[in-house]
Design a protein around this ligand. Structure first.
Ligand SMILES: *Cc1c(COP(=O)(O)O)cnc(C)c1O
Length: 432
């Protein structure tokens, strides 16, 4: 696309945007009486207008039907989670029996590690991206210790080459090969939360399998953001949260993927609960755990219906867009525009005041650009916030900006870049 640094250009893109009407299905935060420029969907997606109704419908069912709500009404709670499976399976590229909606992300990661991290004295190592999201690091460390190993020995973190900002796929594969004889698991984020790098999950899963290790993915920043094909890629397991790009509200419900190839493997250990019991016999309450087939067999507890109702509000919207490929096309254009405008600022200033550390190749990133502010980073971030541009801050000097195709516009991106330019101008004249 031939981008232009003008409001007219941005407005024209918005007019031709086939997804433009979706913005009105979200509640946009306000700043001094006008829509804020919200570029923080990587952290917390916006509230669907329909979220409140989805909640009050279930509160009404509870009020009117009480315990009968499990079996009666338009959406009996007993099967409520099943309505979510078609939508989420499309988003992550899975069969419906390979996904379950349950718990929260780190909890699910632990539950899946119970099944897929089975270290022995020969094979006990885990390869993961260096600088993974802290919760994932803590989860891995504690799992390794739980099995009696030393995290320093067992966890191999991969970092970019000297002078480079992101990982090369060839280096990831080479490391996996190098440790093939002692590797139990390769665990990667789909997209790294800090750099915004989208990894080649298919290549990573292949390499892991050639090393006879399992391949698992944390899709917190990838699900609802980029197209995924977990089934075809042969990933063994994955989990994600839904409150980032899937707009299910703070602490919203998470989900898991377990590949079909493991669906009837009862040798896999798991931490069981009654919701994972085979459904036809669950209420016989018989002793001895008999797992449901597929990902459903990893469910533990009663469905949290209110969280699921929020997630459903968002899934209805995703379904209406016609799918992740439509979203992705706009997303690439929007993020590309942000990148273009930031580079324009650098050109005008004759120096790189901003350095984008996210890969420049659109196929190696999602919505997010991580921007290093070379000077007075905190002050620049504060200037943005004071002027209604909501991004987020990562120590020591990174601002993450994520235009989201469901509710952001080219105008948002243009105006955000204007504020960035204004911040650098103020900086230049010592006003910041
Ligand atoms: C957001 C995020 C989390 C958060 O986990 P919770 O259990 O929902 O608090 C974990 N891992 C990654 C990679 C994330 O991006």
């Amino acid at each position: 696309m031939n981008y232009q640094n003008s409001l007219v250009f941005a407005l024209e893109q918005d007019t031709h945007d086939e997804l433009r009407d979706f913005r009105s299905r979200f509640l946009i935060p306000q700043h001094h009486g006008a829509d804020a420029i919200y570029l923080c969907g990587n952290s917390l997606g916006l509230q669907p207008v329909s979220a409140a109704k989805h909640i009050t419908d279930q509160l009404s069912n509870w009020q009117n039907l009480a315990v009968e709500g499990w079996f009666q009404g338009d959406d009996p709670w007993l099967d409520y989670h099943k309505q979510l499976l078609p939508s989420i399976s499309r988003i992550v590229g899975a069969q419906e029996n390979e996904v379950a909606v349950m718990n929260s992300l780190t909890v699910n990661l632990h539950l899946l590690m119970v099944s897929f991290y089975k270290p022995n004295s020969k094979r006990f190592k885990i390869i993961m991206e260096g600088g993974a999201f802290p919760s994932d690091q803590y989860a891995m460390e504690s799992q390794v210790r739980f099995h009696g190993f030393d995290p320093k020995e067992a966890i191999i973190e991969l970092f970019p080459r000297e002078g480079e900002l992101t990982l090369r796929t060839e280096d990831i594969i080479q490391k996996i090969n190098e440790h093939a004889h002692e590797l139990a698991l390769v665990l990667f984020g789909g997209i790294n939360y800090y750099t915004g790098q989208l990894f080649d999950m298919e290549a990573i899963a292949d390499a892991a399998h050639q090393a006879s290790a399992y391949a698992g993915f944390d899709l917190a920043h990838a699900s609802g953001n980029v197209p995924l094909k977990l089934h075809d890629w042969g990933a063994d397991f994955a989990c994600w949260c839904s409150y980032k790009y899937m707009n299910s509200g703070p602490g919203g419900i998470s989900g898991i993927f377990v590949h079909e190839k493991h669906s009837t493997n009862n040798d896999l250990d798991r931490f069981a609960g009654w919701w994972g019991y085979r459904e036809d016999k669950r209420f016989l309450m018989a002793p001895g755990f008999d797992a449901a087939k597929g990902a459903a067999g990893w469910q533990v507890s009663t469905s949290p219906i209110l969280l699921m109702a929020l997630f459903k509000a968002s899934m209805v919207i995703f379904d209406d867009t016609g799918g992740i490929d439509t979203l992705r096309a706009k997303s690439m254009a929007l993020t590309g525009y942000m990148e273009f405008l930031i580079n324009e600022i650098n050109k005008e200033r004759g120096e790189d005041v901003f350095k984008i550390i996210t890969p420049a190749n659109p196929r190696e990133r999602g919505c997010q650009l991580s921007v290093v502010c070379r000077q007075n980073a905190k002050a620049v971030f504060k200037y943005l916030a004071d002027n209604g541009v909501i991004g987020d801050w990562r120590e020591p000097d990174v601002i993450r900006l994520s235009p989201v195709p469901l509710y952001n516009t080219f105008q948002d991106v243009y105006r955000a870049a204007q504020q960035l330019a204004a911040a650098t101008n103020n900086l230049q004249y010592g006003l910041l």
